[in-house]
Design a protein around this ligand. Structure first.
Ligand code: FO1
Length: 322
């Protein structure tokens, strides 16, 4: 059994920990593949940074800083202090010493001409992650945020600057991907051959949306025979973590469990979803979803720990099979 998950960083990592735990409890041990957002990626201090891939890799490897949701546990910042002293990189974006190990390794492989997919394979091979990680694309396809040019010179910010430096307080007018891209090798196949496709409870705009923006991904989702089930990142009208509400506002979507599902659209109506999981606090949303052609279930969605994540994964699989 092959399960393919579209995932962003922090929300994706939590969900994948639960899915992995559930998969390990199944007799047939399904093969898990995560197609990970690369829209947050950036060149920094001459290094290629891939935040969502790293958050998921570190979390599945058990070496992540669970408090911050990014970077390594037990991190130090000696090199970062030196970079700041020379004004290299972004002073508001900390590259920890252990984290730099991954960025230097990745960048050295990229400079040898290897694709990001191969760099990810080599980085993740160090641990038994239990999930195959694929970048959505091997091309540079960074998310930029359109803002008021009276506020920000040029009217555009790299996603990381908008997210980390400005904490999404600069009003976003929209999100665009810079450059052209094609889906990374294996991405279309992982969707086409899946028995089940899951959308992790990641940011619908800058994480899931950036994956869907990669040419080839949407088509693969539209043609796969696998059921597609999503997990709401919004609980009781609020984001669980991060600033998805600022992103949803920018594209005119309510910060609401049902509104996000309808934004993805029902498969029967040319959209993505066959099913959608909402938190039990959003049970009232179920009838609207069902009448829109999206099979919906309500259950505790706050991924406090792996057992809860496993229950959410089990419910997604059960809904897909029903
Ligand atoms: N987020 C912050 O809020 N502050 C940081 O200094 C920061 C550094 C950082 C370094 C490497 C990395 O992979 C992620 C980092 N993040 C930081 C998180 C990052 O902005 C997010 O992981 C995603 O891009 C948003 O989902």
């Amino acid at each position: 059994m092959q399960i393919t998950v579209l995932a962003g960083g922090v929300g994706g990592a939590r969900f994948l920990l639960g899915l992995r735990a559930h998969a390990r409890s199944l007799p047939e041990h399904p093969h898990l593949t995560a197609i990970v957002n690369t829209g947050d990626d950036a060149w920094l201090a001459g290094l290629r940074i891939t935040p969502d891939l790293d958050s998921i890799m570190y979390a599945l490897a058990g070496v992540n800083d669970t408090g911050r949701g990014w970077g390594r546990v037990g991190e130090t910042e000696r090199v970062s202090a030196e970079l700041n002293a020379w004004g290299v990189g972004w002073p508001w974006f900390t590259l920890g010493d252990l984290d730099l190990g991954a960025h230097i390794a990745r960048t050295s492989w990229l400079r040898e001409g290897l694709p990001l997919t191969e760099a990810v394979r080599r980085l993740t091979a160090r641990w038994e992650l239990g999930v195959e990680l694929l970048p959505a694309t091997d091309d540079e396809f960074e998310t930029h945020v359109l803002v008021d040019s009276d506020v920000i010179e040029g009217g555009e910010l790299h996603f990381q600057e908008w997210w980390v430096r400005f904490r999404a307080t600069v009003e976003a007018r929209g999100f665009v991907q810079q450059g052209t891209a094609t889906a990374a090798p294996g991405v279309a196949d992982a969707i086409a051959t899946a028995d089940l496709v899951l959308l992790a409870p990641s940011n619908p705009v800058v994480s899931i949306g950036s994956i869907l923006a990669v040419p080839g991904v949407h088509e693969a989702l539209a043609t796969t025979s696998a059921p597609i089930v999503g997990v709401s990142p919004i609980i009781n009208g609020a984001v669980v973590r991060g600033m998805a509400d600022a992103c949803l506002r920018a594209i005119g979507v309510e910060t609401d469990a049902a509104a996000v599902a309808l934004h993805y659209g029902a498969r029967a109506a040319g959209g993505l979803l066959d099913g959608w999981l909402v938190d039990e606090s959003d049970t009232a949303a179920l009838p609207a979803l069902e009448s829109a052609g999206i099979r919906a279930r309500a259950l505790p969605l706050f991924l406090r720990d792996e057992t809860l994540g496993a229950a959410v994964a089990a419910a997604a699989i059960e809904l897909a099979q029903s």
